[in-house]
Design a protein around this ligand. Structure first.
Ligand code: FAD
Length: 120
């Protein structure tokens, strides 16, 4: 049996390692970081139990059916809905800016026409 050493436990290293191991190779993966997943690593915050994207936010998206089938062999994927919020002066506002944002920001109950006049 051939021994393979892979440097880096991110997606690249992990996928190559998994494929080689499936083909019968003995694979060792090393990484300088104390976790797998490279820059896609997530962990649960101990206080809030919220999933944190440690190196920046990551969304998995693909239009390739083979990739989608392949990745689902390893875990269950959570659906993703993109709801963008902005924080200003201690309050949270919806984005992109719409009538609700304007009413939230100025503490008003404008109709669309009133909001237009107010902004102008
Ligand atoms: C902020 C941010 C947001 C992103 N958002 C998305 C997204 O939404 N969707 C998406 O598909 N992609 C996203 N990406 C890109 C995605 O993170 C990368 O495509 C993916 O992580 C690449 O995987 P990789 O295995 O090639 O490299 P990496 O994830 O970088 O993993 C490489 C690993 O190798 C290790 N390593 C490097 N050198 C050595 C060494 N000499 N010795 C030991 N270990 C070493 C590193 O510690 C690391 O763990 C984003 C990237 C960033 C930074």
């Amino acid at each position: 049996m051939r021994n393979i050493c892979i440097v880096g436990a991110g997606f690249s290293g992990a996928v190559i390692a998994q494929e080689l191991a499936t083909d019968g190779f003995k694979v060792t993966i090393v990484d300088t970081r104390p976790h797998v997943a490279g820059n896609c690593y997530t962990r649960r915050d101990t206080n809030t139990d919220i999933m944190l994207h440690v190196y920046g936010p990551h969304i998995f998206h693909t239009s390739n059916e083979d990739v989608w089938k392949y990745i689902q062999k390893f875990d269950t994927f959570m659906p993703f809905i993109n709801r963008v919020k902005a924080q200003a002066k201690g309050c949270v506002y919806s984005l992109p800016i719409n009538l609700l944002t304007i009413n939230q920001l100025f503490n008003k109950q404008f109709s669309p026409l009133q909001a237009k006049e107010f902004i102008e």
